[in-house]
Structures are given as C-alpha cells and as structure tokens.
Design a protein around this ligand. Structure first.
Ligand SMILES: [Cu+2]
Length: 185
C-alpha cells in the first residue's frame, strides 16, 4: 500500500515556499524604505540646505537662505554664499536652548565673543544684560530662544573670510561653528 506521506511531504515544501515570497517582500520593502530615507538624506530634502547653484540674490530680489540652529550645530554647514549678494536669512532655532548666529569675519566674531562673555550673568538666576557691540563692527547677529525664528535681509560682504558661530558660553566649545563657503559668480 502506498504511503500517504508523499502528499504530506509535497504539502510541506509548498508551505515553506509560500513563506519565502512574504519574507522577500518584507525585506524588499524595508530595503526600499531605507533607500528612500537615504535618498532624502543625500538630497538634503528637509529644507535647510540652500542649493549652491542658485543665482546670487539682489537688493530687489534677495535670495532666500534658511539656517536651522540646533543644540550645538548649524544646519546647513557649510553655508554657501555669494560675495556681494543680498540674502534674506531665515533663521529658526530648533534646539532646546537659546542660540546665537553671528555671521561675519574674524573681527566681528571677536567682538561678539567679548560682548557675550561680558553679558554672561554671574549666577544661575541672575538676569543677563543684553549683549551689544559697536555698530561699526558690522556683521550680522541673531539671538533666538528655543522655537523662535526670524528673517533678516543681509548684504554679504566682499573680500572677507566669513564664519557662522554661536558665542553663547560653552556653545563654541561644543562645536557650534558653521563654515561659510563663498562662491564665485
Ligand atoms: Cu548656541
């Protein structure tokens, strides 16, 4: 009498095979999702990176440049600017802490380093006096609390190496420095 096991054994591989495509689909879907996420990451999809290929801004039509401040870094870095162009700098503080954006050359950075150090309150509950520098220092400085944003129109100077730094006490030491790359027109 023939054993009925062939029917069973032919059933078993069929079940095993039927699971195979499901696993392949799950792995495939996970791979597709991670490729999409990787693609978004590489393309800088969520906004802050201004395309270096954009045309220089003018007084009549400032170029929109977005910078997001996070806890201890600027996004994007490097920041691409054309010397002499006019930008509308939209700054958003997405960090939990207050942050400062100082855009300027070395003398501008030094002036704000000193001003912020002088304004630092001596105790935890002391109120900080507002930091300021002589208007002749130039440059650009934005100070924002967590979740705040602002937009400023700014003419990028020519012939200066620029940096984007946060001089609030301890922040630079934590790496809150952004590189500025000046593009040729
Ligand atoms: Cu900061």
């Amino acid at each position: 009498m023939p054993d009925p096991s062939p029917a069973v054994s032919s059933d078993a591989p069929a079940r095993r095979i039927s699971r195979g495509p499901v696993i392949v689909l799950i792995v495939g879907a996970a791979l597709a999702v991670s490729l999409v996420l990787l693609g978004a990451e590489l393309a800088g999809a969520p906004g802050p990176t201004p395309a270096p290929s954009a045309l220089p801004g003018t007084d009549a039509q400032p170029r929109e440049v977005n910078v997001i401040m996070r806890d201890y870094h600027f996004d994007p870095t490097p920041l691409y600017l054309y010397p002499g162009e006019t930008i509308r700098l939209n700054v958003f503080n997405a960090g939990m802490l207050p942050h400062e954006l100082v855009l300027g050359d070395n003398s501008v950075q030094q002036a704000w380093t000193a001003a912020d150090a002088a304004a630092t309150p001596p105790g935890a509950f002391a109120t900080a006096p507002p930091a300021s520098v002589d208007p002749s220092v130039g440059g650009l400085r934005v100070l924002l609390g967590s979740g705040e944003s602002t937009s400023v129109v700014y003419r990028v100077p020519t012939g200066q190496a620029l940096q984007m730094l946060c001089h609030l006490p301890g922040h630079l030491e934590h790496g809150m420095a952004g590189e500025v790359v000046l593009l040729s027109r």
